[in-house]
Ligand binder design. Structure first.
Ligand code: RP5
Length: 262
């Protein structure tokens, strides 16, 4: 999968102020853009979760220069730092916003996305959740917690967002989950064109495909939304369907890659 230029990273997010407009031909930081006056924004929820102030805080301190572990932080991409501010620069270019927006980490923020599919009535379907924050349909992925492996994140996020099943279904669901997540195929690792990205903080993900066989696909019909999801369903992989075409961030591209679609 290749992301040619970011689009959603320059667009709106319900919790963000409007961004400074960046035309397509001014996205690349190497192209001069003297008028560029990005909006400075870090959401209060990020500032309130500064991990140097709060013991269970998930966000970096606002003072980038106070970070001591930069050398050991991982990114799927190589990126530069702003010569003036020394802040990490989005490897895909300008977004019309500086600082971190809603993202906790300066630079790369890591997620994992399970692409769970089945064949149903001769149609390819994937599990999607409706996000509480933007109202868009999305893969049931999420942030990698400290100390967690990607494999653990994929299963935990799926279970939290799509597996809020009734107590009497839980045992059966857990058995199906063990079977489903036993084998996955990595589809992608890298940048995500996420509407929360800024010039100094961005999302990266690992997307893994888990295919239900006929029996498992038939049994996995009692999904229920939980956590940050307000709804869950099986969605047809169908490029004539608006819901499919408008999937959150780069999720349509991830699913297209999975099924060899362009
Ligand atoms: C996207 O944001 C990733 O692809 C992943 O699906 C998601 C992770 O963020 P949260 O769902 O935890 O907000 O960029």
């Amino acid at each position: 999968m290749s992301i040619k230029t970011h689009v959603k990273s320059r667009g709106n997010h319900p919790a963000y102020p409007p961004r400074f407009y960046v035309p397509d031909d001014k996205v690349n930081f190497d192209i001069e853009y003297d008028e560029y006056n990005p909006v400075k924004f870090t959401h209060k929820v990020v500032l309130d979760n500064d991990n140097t102030i709060k013991s269970n805080g998930w966000a970096d301190p606002q003072k980038y220069e106070s970070l001591t572990d930069l050398a050991t932080r991982f990114s799927y991409l190589s990126y530069a730092c702003d010569p003036k501010t020394k802040l990490p620069l989005n490897p895909f270019g300008r977004t019309g916003m500086i600082e971190r927006g809603l993202l906790g980490k300066w630079g790369p923020n890591h997620a994992a996305d399970p692409i769970v599919s089945r064949k149903h009535n001769n149609k390819q379907q994937i599990v999607v959740i409706k996000r509480k924050d933007t109202g868009e349909w999305a893969l049931p992925g999420g942030m990698v917690d400290p100390g967690e492996t990607i494999t653990q994140t994929l299963k935990r996020e799926f279970e939290e967002e799509a597996g809020n099943v009734k107590p009497e279904e839980k045992n059966n669901f857990n058995i199906l989950m063990e079977k489903l997540f036993a084998n996955g195929k990595k589809i992608y690792s890298g940048y995500v064109d996420d509407p929360r990205n800024t010039d100094n903080a961005w999302m990266e993900t690992v997307a893994v495909h888990f295919e239900c066989d006929d029996e498992l696909g038939e049994k996995l019909n009692f999904l229920r939304a939980g956590d940050d999801a307000v709804d869950v369903k099986w969605l047809d992989v169908d490029q004539t369907n608006d819901e499919y075409n408008k999937l959150y961030a780069s999720h349509r591209e991830l699913v297209n890659t999975t099924f060899g679609l362009t």
